[in-house]
Ligand binder design. Structure first.
Ligand SMILES: Cc1cc2nc3c(=O)[nH]c(=O)nc-3n(C[C@H](O)[C@H](O)[C@H](O)COP(=O)(O)OP(=O)(O)OC[C@H]3O[C@@H](n4cnc5c(N)ncnc54)[C@H](O)[C@@H]3O)c2cc1C
Length: 354
């Protein structure tokens, strides 16, 4: 069995982000790293988007960036500007290619398929494999998106739609999300916040067809790419080990109210790189507990008032857009927190706290 100084279990977003961060900051000099990843090949499988509230290593993997967006309820549309923190979309295919081509230059980095191939006794392990079996009845953000190409100009590619609640709700939280990459090419995603037990909510193809035909009036289009996913909106119980840290989704990097994880992963990677020499003794990197507290209340409100989500997000963006974006990206100060909290339907939130 092989031995390494560091082992990364799972070569997905967080595993590769961390390996890249360590490599470009020379933290792997004189060290060996094993990356355990079962997948046979890497291809585009996710589209990661976020407001760019700080710089990251992957600007050259950005497929498109926007300075404006909308939120829709059946009765209203809100226009929001975000030019100081543009909304970026990263193509995971470009991300994997960039990182893997750099890591392959380092002869001390080895890719393996199974943890049984390595001896973990004397290594420090960064584990990104979530423990989410039998968690179907918890809350998830589950979705399916298609990237379509139309035969004539259709989209305004200067503005994306963050949430469109003018769709079938079925007593759950449901919205569509549209990222127009060009005038003829867009990712359109049907998104639910619910448990995963109700199979009836997963007729995603019908939902998308319906939205394209009846709502957007698109009759002729080609589907070039499809992605499905489910992001856990709950924290996982990881067994504590002295020589292991959980990273990525498994390491609590998901913002529970929104599912945003990508930029938190980049912050976690940066923190680990800054502390790698003393990693056994430093505190774990965490999303601030105030966000977990507020998000859990919000999720309870949504569970009992699923029709409120559109209204709540409308109200969040009644605040100054910068404040709302800072809040949703875990960068808000106390004043900004209050500005957002004061916009919420107070009685519904208080009822869930008491
Ligand atoms: C389709 C999709 C779209 C998303 N879009 C966004 C977005 O727009 N913005 C955002 O902020 N977040 C988004 N997320 C959430 C989050 O950013 C991603 O899930 C991100 O990939 C999480 O990174 P991770 O490293 O935790 O998990 P992953 O990227 O899934 O990596 C885990 C890796 O572990 C490997 N693995 C599994 N089992 C084992 C095992 N037993 N041993 C070793 N390896 C194993 C897997 O093959 C995988 O490569 C999205 C999630 C999905 C699923």
């Amino acid at each position: 069995m092989k031995e390494f100084d560091y082992i990364i279990v799972g070569g997905g977003c967080s595993g590769l982000s961390l390996a890249y961060e360590l490599e470009i900051f020379d933290k792997l000099k004189g060290k060996t790293l094993g990356i355990i990843e079962p997948r046979e090949d890497y291809k585009r499988d996710k589209t990661w988007s976020f407001w760019r509230v700080f710089s990251h290593n992957f600007d050259d993997c950005v497929k498109k960036s926007w300075n404006n967006f909308t939120i829709n309820t059946p009765n209203e549309t809100k226009y929001v500007k975000c030019s100081s923190t543009p909304y970026q979309t990263i193509d995971s295919g470009l991300f994997y290619e960039k990182i893997l081509s750099r890591l392959k230059l380092n002869k001390n980095i080895h890719f393996l398929k199974n943890i049984n191939e390595v001896d973990t006794k004397n290594s420090f392990c960064f584990n990104s494999v979530p423990r989410i079996e039998n968690m179907q009845s918890e809350l998830w953000q589950h979705f399916c998106g298609v990237e379509i190409e139309t035969d004539k100009d259709f989209f305004d590619d200067e503005i994306f739609n963050l949430m469109d609640f003018a769709c079938d709700q079925r007593n759950k939280v449901h919205f569509f999300y549209t990222l127009p990459f060009t005038k003829r090419n867009a990712l359109i995603e049907t998104t639910w916040i619910s448990d995963l037990n109700d199979e009836k909510l997963k007729d995603y193809d019908n939902q998308i067809d319906d939205y394209l035909n009846k709502h957007l009036n698109i009759r002729n289009c080609k589907i070039n790419y499809k992605e499905t996913g489910a992001i856990p909106l709950f924290r996982q119980n990881n067994k504590k080990k002295i020589n292991e840290i959980h990273i990525g989704t498994a390491g609590g990097m998901t913002r529970l109210s929104t599912g945003y994880t990508f930029l938190n992963i980049q912050e976690q990677s940066r923190y680990i790189r800054e502390n790698i020499e003393n990693i056994k003794n430093v505190n774990l990197y965490k999303i601030q507990s105030k966000y977990d507290f507020l998000d859990k209340i919000l999720l309870k409100v949504l569970k009992n008032n699923s029709n409120e989500m559109g209204n709540i997000f409308f109200k969040v963006f009644d605040s100054n857009p910068k404040t709302a974006i800072n809040f949703l990206s875990n960068r808000s100060n106390l004043f900004e927190d209050f500005e957002v909290i004061l916009k919420m339907p107070k009685w519904k939130f208080l009822k869930e706290i008491i």
